[in-house]
Design a protein around this ligand. Structure first.
Ligand code: ADP
Ligand code: MG
Length: 472
């Protein structure tokens, strides 16, 4: 019996009986391994997958198996982590199950809706929801505040001021909150606007002496979502007008949500009265999320776009993206586009090439410095050295010593690399910890690991495993 054919056949029967997401999550990297005395043995990549498949889907799998081969009486499971390796020939390619037609609906940028009285808003993009905003430990508060606002507009989180760097999810959160409000109350007048557009409108109104109409117009808003308010910097007359609009809405208990790339107090040339008003309700910061959250975001984007990519590849992308979620998403889509054009499965090497082309990776670094700094409080060089030695099964003196055999060299270089990238230690200091080595030796070791990791999935897995043990 051809087990691959058998398994594909079985999956085809199974697919319509469970949700696409669950199907992909739990049957990716599975295989039929053997059939003996009526026992069909299924290979799964992790103990976790085994638990899920056996607890949730055993009846369905068994039923489908019997339809194809009535000899099957029972199922057994074996965990083979090698099934996660794309080159494992026992796997069935799940690409066959991807629905091509269900891409998210695109809304023309800049399209507008009118609320009468000249009040207009850019349409909210339905792609943004509070549900598909992935919440990790770093962005729980901004998300929770937006949830609260959508449930209780004009309540204690008014105004809600969300700030953070480029591509960290400000527009997503603003629009998602608007979408959620409209879902709960379709008659609300939710106006989304960039501060830039607001300034243009104000300038026009002033030029045409329509400022009264302008003010009156905004009186009808139930919720104002004002994006990128840093655009107000040093624009005095716009600030003046906005100040009145703000007060009027605020006093009528209308919700105001503002985003900015900096906190109110750091905006330059901003009227003190506005600074204090922006800080009245709640000010929350969006920061670049940790590795796990980045992984979860990538997995969510894969589901949204109905694409299946190996976790190892996603880990590589998450691990090497250091600035923004937009960049993370950009790399993922680029990787997918390339593999579709070339009709190949992405590999670590092809992903590294894409990232190089986008000129976004200079070296492999795990986390943004701010997080690494925070971590260095709880992690010492001593901890890392102990951990790495234990992981590679060498003694500390072998790790720190001069033996140049590979079994000691590689762990030594990985250890230096982790001290540099996860604890942000200077090359100098690392050199001292490693028996007074020169800082250029350390630099060389770190670069070597960065380079090697691009082509060596095992190394990436080792590094990730150690980082997980470090609690990263
Ligand atoms: P900003 O307005 O801060 O520059 P965006 O809101 O445009 O950033 O976010 C950039 C991209 O990253 C968007 O596609 C957005 O959906 C995505 N994104 C950001 N944060 C998250 C998150 N926590 N979960 C899911 N997607 C996110
Ligand atoms: Mg934005």
């Amino acid at each position: 019996m051809d087990f691959k054919d058998f398994w594909l056949n079985l999956l085809k029967r199974l697919y319509p009986t469970i949700s696409h997401q669950n199907f992909v999550s739990w049957f990716k990297n599975t295989a039929a391994l053997s059939l003996k005395d009526g026992v069909l043995t299924i290979g799964v990549p992790t103990p976790f997958a085994q638990k899920w498949v056996s607890e949730k889907y055993e009846t369905k799998v068994l039923q489908a198996a019997r339809e194809i081969n009535p000899e099957v009486k029972e199922l057994a499971y074996e965990v083979h982590s090698s099934l996660e390796d794309p080159t494992d020939t026992r796997r069935v390619n799940l690409d066959l199950f991807i629905k091509k037609e269900s891409k998210p609906r695109k809304v023309a940028r800049g399209k507008e809706i009118s609320y009468g009285n000249g009040l207009r808003s850019r349409t909210l993009n339905p792609r943004y929801s509070l549900n598909n905003f992935v919440v990790g430990k770093d962005n729980r508060l901004p998300h929770a505040a937006c949830m609260a606002v959508s449930n209780m507009p004009g309540g204690i989180y008014n105004p809600l001021f969300v700030y953070g760097g480029v591509g960290l999810g400000k527009t997503h959160l603003l629009q998602a909150t608007g979408n959620e409000m409209l879902k709960l109350n379709p008659n609300m007048k939710v106006v989304y606007m960039s501060a830039e557009k607001f300034v243009t409108e104000i300038v026009e109104a002033i030029g045409k002496r329509y400022t009264k109409e302008f003010k009156a117009k905004y009186r009808h808003v139930d919720c104002l979502l004002l994006d990128d308010v840093q655009f107000f910097e040093r624009k005095d007359s716009s600030q003046q007008e906005f100040f009145h609009t703000f007060d009027e809405l605020y006093n009528a208990n209308k919700q105001i949500l503002i985003s900015s790339d900096r906190p109110p107090s750091e905006l330059e040339g901003l009227d003190d009265r506005l600074v204090s008003r922006f800080s009245m309700g709640m000010v929350v910061e969006l920061i670049f999320p940790d590795f796990e959250t980045r992984m979860a975001i990538l997995q969510t984007k894969c589901q949204e776009h109905r694409i299946i990519i190996d976790n190892e590849i996603l880990e590589f992308i998450a691990y090497n993206t250091q600035t923004s979620i937009r960049e993370l998403e950009g790399i993922l889509l680029q990787v997918v586009a390339q593999s579709q054009i070339e009709k190949t499965t992405p590999t670590l090497r092809s992903v590294a090439d894409v990232m190089k082309k986008l000129n976004r990776t200079k070296e492999i670094v795990g986390l943004d410095e701010r997080i690494a700094e925070a971590r260095s409080v709880i992690r010492t060089a001593e901890d890392v050295i102990t951990l790495v030695a234990a992981y590679f099964n060498v003694t500390k003196s072998e790790l720190l010593g001069n033996d140049r055999r590979r079994e000691y060299m590689m762990p030594r270089q990985v250890c230096m690399y982790l001290l540099r990238h996860e604890l942000s230690q200077s090359y100098q200091k690392i050199g001292e910890d490693f028996g007074g080595r020169n800082h250029t030796t350390v630099l060389h070791a770190c670069n070597k690991v960065s380079e090697a990791a691009k082509a060596d999935p095992k190394l990436v897995r080792d590094i990730n495993a150690i980082k997980r043990e470090m609690g990263l």
